[in-house]
Design a protein around this ligand. Structure first.
Ligand SMILES: [Zn+2]
Length: 241
């Protein structure tokens, strides 16, 4: 029986290890959250710069059309100048020409401003494209690192599974059943050890009578409080034969 109890402890150790490896594996995708977020952010910023560039192009186009029609109107007024008969008419047309020219100058200034802004936006787009490429590289590298780490954990899990199989083979079927049932009900170790008269699972005091029985290691005992399998500590030196 003593050997069987030792096997239970060994099985629990392997299962603890398996659980920890699986948790580690499940946590891996979280490592990709930050670089994925940075990549999305960079893409959004690039898109918004592109929207601004498109808007600027439309504004330039509209202004160029307006400029053309103002120029046409001005040409028409200037032709009218040759046909005027009176000084009064002449002065009025001159005023009209002047206003048209002023309007042209104003629009040309606006166009120039838009062109300068377009140049700035193009430079900003270049910077954003670079940022996006860098963020993509980081995401890709991190993705590969996570994949490798996961593969490594898979290998470790396979090794532990084989260890588990070999350990379980030597275990009495009834003991294994008790262990498996408890494991299915609990989210942690189900084999715990006595520690200074206290249960290693729930940390509550155990009656001296039960302690003596556990010490004998002749049958399986469970903690009366937490119902986990309660064993005599393996590393503790025997007090009696
Ligand atoms: Zn307990």
């Amino acid at each position: 029986m003593r050997g069987q109890l030792a096997l239970l402890t060994a099985l629990q150790k392997v299962d603890d290890q398996l659980r920890s490896l699986r948790r580690e594996q499940q946590a891996l995708p979280r490592q990709l959250e930050a670089p994925r977020c940075a990549h999305n952010e960079a893409r959004k910023e690039l898109e918004s710069v592109q929207v601004e560039i498109d808007r600027n192009e439309r504004q330039q186009h509209d202004l160029e059309m307006e400029l053309q029609s103002t120029q046409d109107a001005l040409d028409k007024v200037q032709r009218k100048l040759r046909e005027v008969k009176t000084n009064r008419e002449y002065s009025a047309v001159l005023v009209e020409i002047d206003a048209g020219k002023q309007q042209m100058t104003c629009m040309e200034d606006q166009l120039l401003q838009l062109m300068e802004q377009a140049e700035q936006k193009r430079q900003a787009k270049g910077v954003q494209e670079q940022r996006l490429r860098a963020a993509r590289d980081v995401l890709q590298e991190q993705g590969q690192a996570v994949e490798q780490a996961s593969e490594l954990l898979n290998q470790k899990i396979l090794v532990e599974r084989e260890k588990r199989r070999q350990t379980a083979v030597g275990l009495n079927a009834d003991l294994l059943e008790v262990y498996e049932k408890l494991t299915a009900q609990n989210d942690g170790s189900v084999v715990v050890h006595l520690n200074d008269g206290v249960c290693g699972g729930c940390h509550l005091k155990v009656q001296p009578q039960l302690i003596s029985e556990i010490r004998l290691q002749e049958s399986l005992h469970t903690c009366p409080h937490c119902r986990l399998i309660l064993l005599w500590p393996a590393e503790c030196p025997e007090l009696e034969g």
